[in-house]
Write a protein that binds this ligand. Structure first.
Ligand code: NAG
Ligand code: NAG
Ligand code: NAG
Ligand code: NAG
Ligand code: NAG
Ligand code: NAG
Ligand code: NAG
Length: 666
């Protein structure tokens, strides 16, 4: 009798002790060594905050897990239990415009999910394009857009079932009550701003339900979840015991993914409340002055207008007095290191008056680095004092220039930049936009270029303005040859290999004779021949980037060739490299893929721009050349030398001009 009671008690205790033994209920309002997290790869605790990736590594991946596994079922195929977790995270890129990565909350059977790619997909997924059941359940906080996996935007939250393409996804934000309306109002939330964001994830095992909610850290929990996903298929992606934690990855661009606080409970109660009042804040060095109220905005605009008006008056004043007085302003003081850089330094006052005080009417556009203005300089200044006697006739002659303003945060960065500019200034080729000089004022750097009166190629190909007729094929072909020769000069014509790294139609300028000139060397870096290219922080342009650049590789001559190939197709077809899909569920239209399809159908010339006439045989050769340049394998792409030869050869294929208009009847 006693024995059976004993047996009973034991059974009872056993059944009680099961959930208790595995119960997890922790709260980290900050992290430290005693937090006992299992840190994988680059993840580390730094200043009581969890950092996932390493800024200085080209590829970086980091994961952090609670050391004990979470018990989600008593055995395979058994009913799932529930848990609730809450955490505060911050995602801060170094460069706003760089590709985004984000971070993920991960439930995984292993702290190193098999096949996980470094650099991509939060460091947990493989590149498998097929979904298959395996215990890996992820909530992604995605700060980047992977069009190949149907990401709707670069700022979304999603639930992923062992596959980077989310089962359900929603733009980041939260719902809040909207007055007396029964429908809540959606407030978007920028996850890549560095702001602290709190997330709540509630997993209800019996219902196969997972709810995800996000809100700014200091705000109370929203009543409505952002995502509520219910699907029995979830059971296929959960194993009885799983590690819970975070994972992130990145390639060369720096993005800090931080977790500042974390609580989790699988006792059935909600995760413990985090105290968000004293969390550190990681914001960009100079936060954008986005006013939250329209009043602030108007005030900002008004004061900016006033400031511009004031500066214009000031500019006029200086303009009149320029020759009279030699004024040395502190900000413009020449530092010792500046004097050794060539091309020569311009006087700020000269540039100021040349651009009419950098006034709006002179704004030519926005380059990759900053604004570009048209300026008019006396030829004696523009060409430099030492380039000839200052006769009265020369003095009166005026010359147009383009002044590009680049702002920089640090003097150190500026100095590195100058070293580069100085080298760029030495590059001389008739197909490159020539740099005449530079000027520094405080952290503002101004680069002075030859003025290109006919704008850029992109404007000519895509501008709707009626006064710009579609460019004829011979003109387009000539521009392509010019640019190819310019790139060949950069790649091979100099003692060092110079990569352009941002070849695109908007960077191809047209001079007075409508000849193509390659501009914007802001992104170019010099590489010693043979030396391994080092990683840098700069970015090319989506649509022109070679596929290998997305995964990792440092730029090469072959990646420039790829971008040039895209330009060739763009010029021949008169279509942009990427056309965004109208509906989120559709894929974007990609020029390279489309031309390949047309080619596969044996109708290559059909891809050509219908707005012009051209010799069919030549067009087909040029299109094939464009496709060859866009070969996915960098090794298979032609060199710029071959490209120039092939382009020139294509020209001589010239068969009589096809009567496009006659063929266009259908
Ligand atoms: C960390 O691990 C050590 C040794 O396993 C243990 O003694 C300690 O209690 C753990 N600390 C926490 C906060 O779990
Ligand atoms: C980043 O990685 C490099 C090399 O792998 C290492 O030397 C450095 O200490 C790491 N930095 C941090 C903050 O962990
Ligand atoms: C989960 O991991 C354990 C130990 O690492 C392994 O034995 C088990 O097969 C894994 N389960 C699944 C479903 O992969
Ligand atoms: C996945 O990556 C591996 C190794 O990097 C590669 O060999 C394979 O082709 C890739 N598969 C896909 C579908 O991209
Ligand atoms: C809030 O509710 C009002 C009507 O009550 C509606 O007109 C408005 O569009 C709603 N705002 C949002 C953002 O849903
Ligand atoms: C998830 O959200 C739905 C809708 O608000 C709610 O009815 C449900 O109870 C939530 N589930 C959990 C597990 O919090
Ligand atoms: C949160 O922490 C601060 C100090 O770190 C403390 O003053 C405050 O009382 C705490 N709030 C709660 C609700 O515990």
């Amino acid at each position: 009798m006693a024995a059976s009671i004993h047996h009973y008690l034991l059974l009872f205790l056993f059944s009680l002790s099961l959930p208790f033994a595995s119960a997890i209920n922790f709260l980290f309002n900050s992290f430290s060594a005693v937090s006992n997290l299992t840190l994988v790869d680059d993840a580390r605790v730094e200043d009581s905050v969890l950092r996932l990736t390493n800024d200085s590594n080209y590829y970086s991946i980091g994961r952090a897990f609670y050391p004990d596994r979470l018990r989600l079922a008593s055995g395979p195929g058994q009913a799932l239990s529930s848990f609730s977790t809450s955490f505060v995270f911050s995602i801060l890129p170094e460069i706003d415009s760089s590709p985004g990565f984000g971070l993920a909350f991960v439930l995984s059977n292993s702290t190193s999910p098999p096949g996980a790619l470094s650099g991509q997909y939060f460091g947990v997924f493989s590149n498998a394009t097929r979904q298959f059941p395996a215990p890996l359940l992820v909530v992604e906080f995605d700060a980047g857009r992977n069009p190949e996996f149907n990401d709707q935007d670069g700022n979304h939250v999603g639930v992923d079932l062992n596959f980077v393409e989310s089962a359900v996804t929603h733009t980041a934000g939260f719902y809040r009550a909207n007055g007396s309306s029964t429908e809540p109002e959606f407030v978007p939330l920028d996850m890549r701003s560095g702001r602290n964001i709190r997330a709540w994830i509630d997993f209800h095992g019996p219902l196969f339900q997972i709810n995800v909610t996000v809100a700014p850290a200091q705000e109370p929990r929203p009543r409505w979840p952002l995502i509520s996903y219910t699907d029995p298929v979830i059971a296929n992606y959960v194993s009885p015991e799983m590690y819970a934690g975070f994972s992130a990855s990145k390639v060369k661009w720096v993005e800090a993914q931080r977790v500042l606080a974390w609580s989790l409970s699988d006792t059935g109660a909600a995760a413990r409340e985090l105290n968000t009042s004293n969390l550190p804040v990681f914001l960009p060095p100079s936060p954008p002055s986005s006013s939250s109220t329209s009043v602030g905005l108007i005030a900002g605009v008004a004061s900016a207008c006033l400031a511009i008006a004031f500066l214009c008056v000031l500019g006029l004043y200086y303009h009149c007095r320029r020759r009279g007085k030699a004024r040395i302003r502190k900000e413009e003081e020449e530092e010792e290191w500046e004097s050794k850089y060539w091309p020569r330094r311009f006087n700020y006052e000269d540039l100021w008056s040349a651009t009419n005080g950098f006034c709006k009417e002179r704004l030519l556009g926005f380059g990759g680095f900053g604004k570009v203005y048209r300026g008019v300089l006396p030829a004696s200044i523009s060409r430099g004092a030492d380039s000839g006697g200052g006769s009265a006739a020369r003095e009166a002659e005026m010359e147009e220039v383009a002044v590009k303003c680049v702002s920089h945060d640090s003097k150190q960065g500026l100095r590195e930049f100058m070293a580069e500019i100085s080298s760029m200034g030495r590059l001389q080729h008739r197909s490159l936009v020539h740099m005449k000089g530079w000027c520094r004022k405080g952290n503002e750097l101004m680069l002075v270029y030859e003025y290109m009166p006919n704008g850029n190629l992109s404007q000519w190909l895509f501008s709707d303005a009626e006064h710009r007729p579609a460019l004829a094929w011979p003109a387009r072909r000539r521009v392509l040859v010019d640019v190819a020769e310019g790139l060949l000069y950069l790649h091979q014509g100099w003692e060092q290999v110079v990569l352009h790294r941002d070849v695109k139609s908007a960077n191809i300028l047209l001079d007075g004779d409508m000849r193509g000139r390659l501009g914007d060397f802001g992104l170019a870096k010099l590489y010693e021949r043979g030396a391994a290219p080092c990683s840098t922080r700069v970015v090319g342009t989506l649509g022109y980037l070679a596929p290998e650049m997305a995964v990792a590789s440092a730029p090469t001559a072959a990646s420039d060739v790829y971008s040039f190939g895209v330009v060739v197709l763009e010029v021949a077809c008169g279509r942009r490299p990427i056309e965004r899909a109208e509906r989120v569920e559709d894929d974007d239209w990609v020029l390279v893929d489309w031309v390949k399809e047309v080619y596969a159908e044996g109708q290559l010339a059909e891809a050509a721009d219908k707005r012009m006439e051209f010799p069919v045989a030549e067009m087909e050769l040029v299109l094939k050349l464009g496709l060859a340049c866009c070969h996915p394998d960098p090794e298979q792409r032609p060199s710029m030398k071959e490209v120039v030869e092939l382009l020139l050869a294509a020209e001589s294929v010239g068969t009589p001009v096809a009567e496009r208009n006659a063929q266009q009847s259908s």
